[in-house]
Write a protein that binds this ligand. Structure first.
Ligand code: HEM
Length: 406
């Protein structure tokens, strides 16, 4: 009973959660002028200056990586870091001294990291892997293209010209977070997070040199929080809507693995939500003012959905079905911003089939209640995961040295 009440509270806490709040009447521009009111007392730090995260970046990594780029040291750093893959692995010899000392510090788990919770999270990630990979991969991908600053950053950065490789690289990180040994010595979550922190620092420096980039320094702490909420906060809200049974311990542990990851990505502790309630409140503050349509986002969405249809085609899944799945995951408003075409037949089918499939997998409904098309979706989700597991194994996260050519 307590479980049910908590579920109801979490789901109703934001209507359609993070995205329900996007229905706000005021235009994005007006919302962007709203002051930062989220209290640091709701963070894992428990206190903080309350600085507006729109004007905070990464004061440790940014100057360091900018200087590496300016003196042409990054290719050698990438070469040295290529085989740095395990959490417990010493850093390779030969790294510039200031980078080594930054990385030694950056790779430490925060003092508040809880091993037991991380283990519970790993089990949860394994048992709910299908939903989480779909929500974080396809769902998160479709949300990121509806975040103008992120869509434009991705489009005009080096990786924007080769989205298959970019998604494969991002999957390396995603699979590291979701793996059973994520934060154990033999895992790789610390490595991929610290590498990603360096990549973001490089992007901050490089994009400002792009003739296509207008506006402030990219990837502020607020931008990081926005993307973070499109991952765990979005996924948790969707799973609750699908009535996936989640215990209190699993819910807390899943939040925890993402809190630790946020810290390792360079998000300040004073901005990392301590509870789901604080996370939902923060998500409702930052997402509405940071989402909307862009030409670049529409183009990236089209490329991503084209790839999804191609990778899953042996299972017979068509582009219209991919469109419908994507629309279902992120909702109409974001799908329209992304320019995802409406699919009158498939949209209706997916809306019925996916929740039925989830309920069947969770033992909540018998097989006859699952429409046939659900198995096509199930198979497509598996193929999608396998494709990027394979692709990801062929590549590594590397610090970019340039922007998108042209
Ligand atoms: C690169 C994850 C936030 C823009 C990456 C990579 C990962 C990643 C794993 C490395 C893969 C690659 O190099 O392609 C994340 C996570 C975030 C986050 C987990 C938040 C929790 C953001 C935000 C922006 C952004 C807010 C922009 C506003 C980029 C760009 C690249 C990148 C432009 C580099 C692409 C290139 O290589 O050219 N991110 N990211 N990221 N990220 Fe993020």
């Amino acid at each position: 009973m307590a479980e049910l009440n908590r579920r109801r509270m979490l789901v109703s806490g934001g209507a359609l959660g993070a995205l329900g709040a996007l229905g706000m009447a005021s235009p994005a521009h007006a919302r962007s002028l709203l002051p930062w009111t989220w209290a640091p007392s709701g963070s894992v730090a428990g206190s903080g200056a309350g600085d507006d995260p729109r004007w905070v970046w990464d004061e440790e990594a940014d100057p360091l990586v900018a200087s590496l780029l300016d003196r042409g040291a990054v290719p050698e750093v990438n070469r040295l870091l290529w085989n740095w893959t395990r959490n417990d692995q010493p850093l390779p010899a030969g790294l510039p001294a200031e980078l080594r000392s930054f990385m030694e510090k950056a790779r430490q788990l925060p003092s508040w990291a809880d091993r037991d919770k991380l283990d519970t999270a790993a089990e949860f990630n394994k048992s709910r892997g299908l939903y989480l990979n779909l929500l974080n991969g396809v769902g998160g991908g479709m949300l990121s293209t509806a975040i103008p600053k992120e869509a434009r950053a991705v489009y005009y950065s080096q990786g924007g010209a080769d989205m298959e490789d970019r998604v494969a690289k991002t999957s390396i990180f995603g699979f590291a977070v979701g793996s059973l040994n994520a934060y154990r010595p033999e895992g790789s979550c610390v490595v991929e997070s610290v590498k990603t922190r360096l990549v973001h620092a490089a992007v901050r420096h490089l994009l400002q040199q792009s003739p296509h980039w207008t506006g402030d320094i990219p990837i502020s702490q607020e931008d990081m929080l926005v993307t973070w909420h499109t991952l765990p906060t979005f996924a948790m809200r969707r799973m609750l809507e699908w009535e996936v049974p989640i215990t209190r311990a699993e819910s807390a542990a899943y939040l925890h693995v993402w809190q630790v990851t946020a810290h390792l990505l360079g998000i300040r502790d004073e901005y990392i939500p301590a509870t789901w309630e604080a996370a939902n409140a923060q998500s409702d503050q930052v997402l509405p003012r940071n989402m909307g349509p862009t030409r670049e986002g529409v183009e990236l969405t089209d490329i991503l959905l084209g790839q999804l249809a191609e990778q899953t085609s042996p299972g017979g899944i068509s582009r219209p079905l991919c469109n419908a799945l994507a629309r279902y995951l992120v909702g109409d408003r974001v799908a329209d911003w992304d320019g995802i075409p409406r699919e009158p037949v498939w949209d209706r089918l997916v809306t019925v089939a996916w929740p039925a499939l989830v309920k069947f997998r969770e033992g909540l409904v018998p097989l006859p209640l699952v429409p046939e098309v659900a198995w096509v979706l199930d198979e497509a989700a598996r193929r999608y995961i396998l494709f990027y597991l394979t692709k990801g194994a062929e590549t590594k996260i590397e610090i970019p040295v340039a922007n998108r050519p042209g």
